[in-house]
Ligand binder design. Structure first.
Ligand SMILES: [Zn+2]
Length: 85
């Protein structure tokens, strides 16, 4: 993943991720704030994620996108908070 994607994911994790229920998160689109995507632990409904599987299908590579990464960072931040209690 590019450094730009990771930077974007960190910003989203701080103020663009909403937990809906366990294993279901809503992440705002960084390019269009009126849009948002739904993310589970290993899938996202954004175009980039779908295209990834179109181009790399069957190669055994796990798809990733800034939203999935944002949720991962979001969870990490939550865990850090909890362990400080
Ligand atoms: Zn995505």
């Amino acid at each position: 993943m590019s450094a730009g994607t990771i930077r974007k994911a960190r910003d989203l994790a701080k103020n663009g991720v909403v937990k809906i229920e366990d294993d279901l998160y809503q992440v705002k689109s960084s390019s269009d704030p009126s849009k948002s995507y739904f993310i589970t632990s290993d899938s996202c409904d954004c175009l980039g994620f779908k295209n990834f599987y179109k181009f790399h299908h069957g190669k055994g590579i796990k798809a990733n996108c800034s939203h999935l990464e944002a949720v991962r960072i979001f969870k990490e931040m939550k865990e850090n908070l909890n362990s400080k209690k």
